[in-house]
Design a protein around this ligand. Structure first.
Ligand SMILES: Cc1cc2nc3c(=O)[nH]c(=O)nc-3n(C[C@H](O)[C@H](O)[C@H](O)COP(=O)(O)OP(=O)(O)OC[C@H]3O[C@@H](n4cnc5c(N)ncnc54)[C@H](O)[C@@H]3O)c2cc1C
Length: 319
C-alpha cells in the first residue's frame, strides 16, 4: 500500500461527520506528498464512500466487529496494516478512536500523534501541528523511526466540503478474530437528548464565552440578544459549567450554525468553536485581547471590555 490509510468511523452504515474531515486530510496530505489514499471501515460498508477519489476502500467484516470493542478494532486493523503496510494511518479524533487507536499504535511499537489541527510538508517530510495547554501553544511534530505513522485529526481542522470526488474499489477482508481475544463487552450507547433549540435556523446569534466570568453575568449578553432579536448561544465551557443548556453550544461537539450575523462575546476562537460558526455571513467579535484568534475570522472586531462594550451597544439599539 505504502500510501495513506484513513480509518473511518461508521455507525449503522452512516459515516461519523469527522470521518469525512479525516478523509479530506488524507487526500490533502496525499496530494502534497504524492501518496495514494486508502480508506478502511470496520463492521459494515458505507455505500457513499465509493464516490470519493480513493485507491481502495478496505472493509473489515467479522461477526465480532459488528459491535465496537477496542480489542476487536485494534486486532483487526493491525492485521490490515501488517498486510498492506501503509506509511501513514489517519483517524478522526473521535471518542471511539481515543479508545482504541493508542492500543493499536502501541501494539505495533509506535505512538499516536493525537489532536492534529494543521500540517505542512517540508522537503517531502510531513510536519503535523497539534495544540498544547488548551490551545495556548501550537507544537510541530515530525515522525521519526520506521512507518507506519499514526495520527488523529481534530474536528474542524480539515474541511469535508473540500473532499475530491471520484471512484473507489471496495475490497473486503475477514480478519482472524476469536471471542477469547475480546474480553470487553459493549454496553448500551450513550444517546444525546433531542434538541429543543434549533440554532441552525436562527438569523442572528449572540454567543457568549468564558470572558463572561460567571453565570450571574449572563444577563449582560442576554440583553444584547433580546435587543437584536437574536438567539443566545455559547462556547463549550459555558455549557459545561451549566450556565446555559448544552443545546445552546456552538462548535464541533455542539451545533453548526450559519446565521446572517454571529456576535461572539468573550470567545477566544478555538478551532472547535470556529468550525461551528465560520459559515456565518457576518461575524462580529467583542474581545479584550487583540491577539484572540476570533479576530482572524471576524468581519467586524471590537477590542474592549465586554462589560463596557455590550451595555453601550444595547443602549444604542434601544434608542
Ligand atoms: C474534543 C473537543 C471538542 C470541543 N468542542 C467544542 C465546541 O463544540 N464548542 C466550543 O466552543 N468549544 C469546544 N471545545 C473547547 C475549545 O477547545 C475551547 O476550549 C473553547 O471554545 C474556549 O471557549 P471560550 O472561547 O469561551 O474560552 P476562552 O478560550 O477561555 O476565551 C475567553 C475569551 O474571552 C476574552 N475575555 C476575557 N475577559 C473579557 C472581557 N472582560 N471582555 C472581553 N473579552 C474578554 C479573552 O480574551 C478570551 O479570548 C472543544 C474541545 C475539545 C478538545
Amino acid at each position: 500500500m505504502s500510501g495513506i490509510l484513513a480509518v473511518l468511523e461508521q455507525r449503522d452504515g452512516k459515516l461519523h461527520k469527522m470521518s469525512l474531515e479525516a478523509l479530506a486530510a488524507a487526500q490533502e496530505f496525499g496530494g502534497e506528498m504524492g501518496l495514494p489514499v486508502f480508506a478502511a471501515l470496520l463492521g459494515a460498508e458505507v455505500e457513499s464512500l465509493s464516490g470519493y477519489k480513493l485507491e481502495k476502500v478496505h472493509v473489515l467484516e467479522h461477526e465480532l466487529l459488528k459491535e465496537y470493542t477496542a480489542d476487536g478494532y485494534a486486532i483487526a486493523l493491525r492485521q490490515l496494516i501488517e498486510k498492506h503496510g501503509p506509511k501513514f494511518v489517519l483517524f478522526p479524533h473521535t471518542y471511539q478512536v481515543r479508545d482504541f487507536a493508542p492500543k493499536l499504535a502501541t501494539s505495533l511499537g509506535r505512538v499516536l500523534v493525537s489532536d492534529v489541527v494543521g500540517h505542512r510538508v517540508e522537503n517531502g517530510t510531513l510536519v503535523l501541528v497539534r495544540q498544547l495547554f488548551q490551545g495556548k501553544i501550537n507544537a510541530d511534530v515530525r515522525f521519526e523511526g520506521e512507518a507506519p505513522y499514526f495520527a488523529s485529526i481534530q474536528a474542524g481542522a480539515f474541511r469535508a466540503d473540500k473532499l475530491e470526488a471520484g471512484t473507489a474499489v471496495v475490497e473486503k477482508m475477514t480478519p482472524a478474530l476469536t471471542a477469547a481475544q475480546i474480553p470487553t463487552k459493549p454496553l448500551e450507547l450513550f444517546r444525546e437528548s433531542a434538541r429543543a433549540v434549533d440554532l441552525s435556523a436562527a438569523e442572528i446569534i449572540v454567543s457568549v464565552g468564558r470572558g463572561i466570568r460567571e453565570a450571574e453575568n449572563i444577563p449582560v449578553v442576554q440583553k444584547l440578544a433580546e435587543a437584536l432579536g437574536a438567539e443566545l448561544a455559547a462556547s463549550r465551557p459555558i455549557c459545561d459549567n451549566g450556565w446555559l443548556p448544552m443545546e445552546r453550544q456552538v462548535g464541533s461537539s455542539g451545533q453548526t450554525v450559519a446565521p446572517k450575523m454571529y456576535v461572539a462575546v468573550g470567545i477566544s476562537g478555538a478551532i472547535q468553536h470556529l468550525v461551528g460558526m465560520k459559515g456565518a455571513k457576518i461575524i462580529v467579535a467583542i474581545n479584550k485581547d487583540p491577539e484572540a484568534p476570533i479576530f482572524e475570522v471576524a468581519d467586524y472586531g471590537i477590542l474592549g471590555d465586554l462589560f463596557q462594550v455590550v451595555p453601550a451597544i444595547v443602549e444604542e439599539l434601544k434608542k
